[in-house]
Design a binder for this molecule. Structure first.
Ligand code: C2E
Ligand code: MG
Ligand code: MG
Length: 628
């Protein structure tokens, strides 16, 4: 380990003797005072060809730069008057003093280590910035350089030169520039850059300093409807409002910090536009940060008087509080951003607390949604089939194709997890086409494998977006032609809401499909408008009664006559209108028997079979198709 804060290497030219070699009279650098004519040292020749030891000594004394020669233990051997002036002591009194104490090299562990490395000869130079308190109470910013004296006395102890330059002016200028760079001119609050710097430092401190709580909290705030203020009243009023909001936030943060146990005040920053952040270092739990958020909402509730304009605003706040270890600035901000979005979504003018479960759900939704399309190409979907059974004879007449996603990360997912997402992002078109094709191939394969018997039809679910966003009629026609499946062996299930009010394209599509010989079924009937009169005018031939009706049948001991009467009436009406009826979710023999008595045509449910892989359907066909 070099121990160098700046990583620089040895620079022999900076040591005392070689400095004077550059200029025998003016000594050291341009700002060094001209030394008085040095007296001739008896030990050196005074012939003008080389500087004598006396020259060096005089230069050392006259130099404006504070300098001290140290031994390898860091004790002062000699100090020049400038150094004495800097530390407020006579140079002679400084002999044997500890140089590190005089120049504050011990306060920062990293500086201290680097300094020790130079003293013991393992490193060539230390250069660091220190702030020194002077005897008059003022402080100066200095740059301290420590490096070995290359040409120490022959055979004698090696020396180290410590030199100091006053950089207060430069430091002040840089500090002013940095302030400008790190603050927002409108509100005078720390800006985004400073906020992230402080956040990173806070996370580091909290993770490595056991004294604090090891936690961090953040309120991420966005004004509701600020754009309207800017648009209607102009940017000047908008800026004034932001500045007034900043003042109220600062007051909240100050009073919360006065009350709370944490270290120092809470940082309030403007992250841009109408977004602000309040950072709570060493937070004590969600309650503390939520209390701060509530205080901010209360403070913003009072209207603002801005040069004759009376304005009211509200804000939405995302609140995140967590252990600092394992938390990154990016992770914290992402959580805050999501939570702020929830606060807006939940109705604005409120604070919302980060909820890991809600977030996991969102992340999963996002992950699923974005990988749906590629998953179709990668062949991650499979179909299971569930028999549709004649209630009279208990024989399977058809099967419903139900899609599953074999997700490489989340395992097998049921359609309830992804069909709605696929409808939202349009992937349902590709997925639906794949399901249709796969199911038709399968049904045709069963038909060919059992040429003697009554073939099974396949019922395929179709989402409304497939009707709108793709040419369903052409797809179905193409797939039937390609697979050789007779149209009468295909049934398409659409939900009631998908066909309700359908005019134009969907209606034409349904009509064309029906004309082709494909059967149309209304899925989950009874959960929507249940408008049979309307449905009878559509080219629909099957009603699939929603499972809730059958659930309502209850057991023999607790019959629910109303449900049974409704189903009875529905079945009768459907039959009068030329529709056949399938009951979903038939789970018990008792339910099946009552449905049969009522006149229901087919049933589907666990009583007969769960949805199964195609080879299990094959076994069913081989066994003569009797279910249950
Ligand atoms: P659905 O069309 O009403 O399908 C019937 C659902 O009821 C299936 O759920 C099935 O597993 C379940 N089920 C069957 N028998 C019983 C029973 O006796 N009791 C109970 N409690 N449930 C039973 P699954 O497979 O999870 O499918 C859910 C829904 O996802 C389907 O409801 C359908 O709307 C949709 N879906 C499935 N596959 C596709 C597809 O390929 N495309 C489209 N667009 N939607 C699909
Ligand atoms: Mg269905
Ligand atoms: Mg259904």
């Amino acid at each position: 380990m070099s121990g160098h804060p700046d990583g620089t290497g040895r620079t022999p030219g900076a040591t005392l003797p070689s400095v004077t070699e550059r200029d025998g009279t003016t000594k050291e650098s341009g700002d060094a005072r001209t030394a008085p004519e040095p007296p001739c040292d008896s030990a050196a020749r005074c012939d003008g060809t080389a500087a004598s030891l006396g020259d060096y000594r005089a230069a050392f004394h006259a130099a404006r730069h504070p300098m001290a020669v140290l031994n390898r233990d860091g004790l002062v051997l000699a100090a020049n008057p400038a150094f004495g002036e800097l530390v407020g002591a006579a140079p002679d009194d400084l002999v044997a003093a500890t140089a590190a104490d005089l120049t504050d090299l011990g306060a920062d562990p990293r500086v201290w280590t680097a300094y020790r490395e130079v003293l013991c000869g393992r490193s060539d130079r230390l250069r660091c910035t220190r702030r020194l308190k002077q005897s008059d109470g003022n402080s100066v910013w200095v740059e301290v350089t420590v490096e070995p004296v290359a040409d120490g006395p022959a055979g004698g102890e090696e020396r180290v030169l410590l030199s100091v330059s006053d950089i207060s002016d430069r430091h002040d200028l840089l500090a002013r520039l940095r302030h400008l760079q790190m603050h927002d001119p409108v509100t005078r609050l720390p800006n985004r850059a400073l906020f992230f710097e402080r956040l990173a430092a806070a996370l580091e401190t909290a993770a490595f300093e056991p004294a604090g709580t090891g936690r961090i909290g953040l309120c991420y705030l966005d004004l509701d409807g600020f754009k309207a203020v800017n648009d209607t009243l102009g940017h000047r009023v908008g800026d004034r409002l932001l500045s007034a909001v900043a003042q109220r936030l600062t007051r909240c943060a100050e009073s919360a910090a006065d009350r709370g146990p944490g270290r120092g005040g809470h940082l309030v920053a403007r992250l841009g536009g109408d977004e602000f952040a309040l950072l709570v270092e060493d937070s004590t739990g969600t309650d503390q940060v939520a209390e701060l958020a509530q205080c901010v909402l209360d403070a913003l509730q009072r209207p603002f008087d801005l040069a004759g304009q009376r304005l009211s605003v509200s804000a939405s706040i995302g609140v995140v509080e967590r252990a600092a270890s394992g938390t990154t600035a990016t992770g914290l901000m992402q959580a805050a951003d999501t939570t702020l979005y929830w606060a807006k979504e939940d109705g604005k003018a409120r604070w919302t607390l980060f909820d890991p479960e809600r977030n996991a759900h969102r992340m999963t939704r996002q992950a699923l949604s974005s990988t749906l399309r590629p998953a179709v190409d990668r062949g991650e979907f499979t179909l299971e089939y569930q028999p549709l059974v004649g209630l009279g004879d208990g024989r399977a007449q058809g099967v419903e194709a139900l899609v599953r996603w074999r997700h490489p990360q989340f395992g097998v997912l049921s359609p309830n997890r992804f069909i709605a997402l696929a409808e939202e992002n349009g992937a349902i078109v590709e997925l639906g086409r794949w399901v249709l094709e796969r199911a038709c191939y399968q049904a045709r394969a069963w038909q060919l494998a059992h040429p003697g018997g009554q073939p099974l039809f396949v019922s395929v679910n179709v989402a409304v977006r497939q009707v709108w966003d793709s040419d369903l009629v052409a797809d179905v026609a193409g797939i039937l032609a390609e697979t050789g499946l007779p149209p009468r062996l295909l049934q398409l299930e659409l939900t009631e809401s998908a066909v309700m009010g359908s005019a134009g394209r969907p209606l034409q599509a349904l009509q064309a499909l029906s004309d082709m010989g494909v059967r149309i079924a209304i899925d989950d009937f009874g959960t929507g408008y249940s408008n049979l009169a309307y449905l009878s005018r559509l080219p629909v031939s099957v009603l699939k009664l929603d499972g809730s009706f059958v659930h309502g049948f209850r057991s023999q001991e607790h019959p629910n006559p109303a449900d049974e009467m409704i189903v009875e009436a529905l079945v009768a009406l459907a039959h009068r209108l030329g529709l056949t009826v399938t009951a979903e979710c038939v789970e018990s023999a008792e339910q099946a028997e009552r449905l049969r008595r009522i006149g229901c045509d087919t049933g589907q449910g666990w009583l007969y079979s769960r949805p199964v892989a195609p080879d299990r359907v094959e076994a069913l066909l081989d066994a003569g198709r009797a279910c249950g």
